[in-house]
Design a protein around this ligand. Sequence first.
Ligand SMILES: Cc1ncc(C[n+]2csc(CCOP(=O)(O)OP(=O)(O)O)c2C)c(N)n1
Ligand SMILES: [Mg+2]
Length: 603
Amino acid sequence: MPTSNRGSAKTQTTGNASLAAFDRPVPAGVNAAGFGSDVVADALRALDIPYIALNPGASYRGLHDSLVNYLGNERPQMLLCLHEESAVAIAHGYAKVTGKAMAAAVHSNVGLMHATMAIFNAWCDRMPMVILGATGPVDAVKRRPWIDWIHTARDQGALIRGYTKWDDQPASPVAAREAVLRASWIANTAPRGPTYVNLDAEMQESKLAEAVPPIEAKRYMPPVATAPAADVVKTASELLRNAKRPVILAGRVSRELDAWNARVALAERLSARVVTDLKVGAAFPTDHHLHAGAPGGTVLAPEAADAIRAADVILSLDWVDVAGTFKNAGGNVSAKVVQISVDHHLHNGWSMDYQGLPPVDVFIACEPDTAVPPLLAALGPGGPRAAASGAKEFPKLAADELTVDHLADSLRRAVGERPASLTHVSLSWNGASWLFRHPLDYLGSDGGGGVGGGPGISVGAALALQGTGRLAVAVCGDGDFMMGITALWTAAHYHIPLLIVVANNRSFFNDELHQERVARIRNRPVENRWVGQRISEPDIDLAGIARAQGAQGFGPVTSIADLAPTFAKAIAAVEGGAVVVVDVRVEPGYTAAMTAVMTRKSE
Ligand SMILES: Cc1ncc(C[n+]2csc(CCOP(=O)(O)OP(=O)(O)O)c2C)c(N)n1
Ligand SMILES: [Mg+2]
């Protein structure tokens, strides 16, 4: 597709039909690129980027005008956000579902500063996005007094260079077009991640001296196919074929159903136990008899730890933290290790999110989705071996107190057989409370442990899930919800249906457990763990905060009996198109295993 644009009226593109109805500008009658920022807008259109989540700023007023008056606010359509952190989180959630980058635009330095945590979350989660920022004018002579000076920095990309794949500050419209294409190509190429293009205000606003010749954007975005080397596949398959107790650690994989089915076939061919992790999206059916225990997070399920310790061969499908998992499993892991990953291409000296260096005997340098079919083929047919037992049980519910397990139980029953995607879960979530049977059943965590990502990521995921028939359901902690709260307004404004259930323990409870542990180690009163952690007196009216932004709010739900009828009403409202928040007052507490690990006295 050429990057030249022939005006909004003539280029009605697809996208979400209902969303396209919002924020329609009057036709500007602009049909040819006249300014630098029009060329940037053309590049975004050529990439077929559907949305650009943004918070406005004068530094990119040129681009803003091009998006509205040149492209007609479609393809990409602006999604107005109340905070840059939610703009980036929305792009993050969108990528979690689609595997593809959408765009986010943030104002010169201060907007980027707001965006940083969400960019870090996306980076650690290996999710693609193209972030556009602005600066300048770089030429000091062109700067307006004061404001242009405080909002110009010599090397803005340095703010985020440690957790972006690439950044640039192009000096001309043609260079900017190239930068946008490159940013998209790099972001979308595995290992995926955010990229940043910083647009000089003067470059955006300058009149084009002559028409910019069109280029065929696709030719600058070659798909990067990686295939595993045949001899390495052979070595790995021999190891696996001869394994007596193989284990698959199913980590960062795609949302594709074919790849999911291939993983199941591989596990069945090997009779391998499979371990999954709440840090990343669903990778294997958790009710399959080969799935070991419930998906874990910080803590491994005992069945998973047992399987890892007993394993003679471990196959990591880009598992997030192999070395740490071995440590958590008890340390004495003697298995041969096959690692499938391209993640090492991303590792840098700033961020340690690459985790500990694991022992690896065979390294297959490609994406797991690409390696599994040739591995299966190399293994050849084989009779199914004895199946390991793996009956799944949901958590037992205490009769009296309303806990997060009650919330999950009631929510699961209320959702019933509807296809649903859990777009986020709270730190208090028990991995045993929900079954994942499809790659879109669960989208993983925030990636970087940055609290406040839950609402925005869920709005972005819900946006991408529109039209799939899937109910978007998020469970957020109250701390997470409050930090990311303004993303709700964007969902309400663009009518993106979503259910957010707040597991409201009225505390930054995770840190209560940390304070308890420190107090235990120091022989100081554990009773004081709540000080500086509890979010009460006054209690926050979470439903009210939702209503104030145009969402529907239910609760606080304080009794177990009220859960079911409230969820029934909430789901009906979401199915009617609403954004809904249900505030559920849960007793503070994590799973017994998590609590034991977090409050232990020793290392
Ligand atoms: C941006 C950010 N600030 C602070 C923290 C430290 N932190 C980790 S978990 C947590 C508590 C989160 O509270 P909530 O979402 O209510 O979950 P809960 O622990 O209560 O289950 C905090 C403050 C963090 N990870 N990220
Ligand atoms: Mg909390």
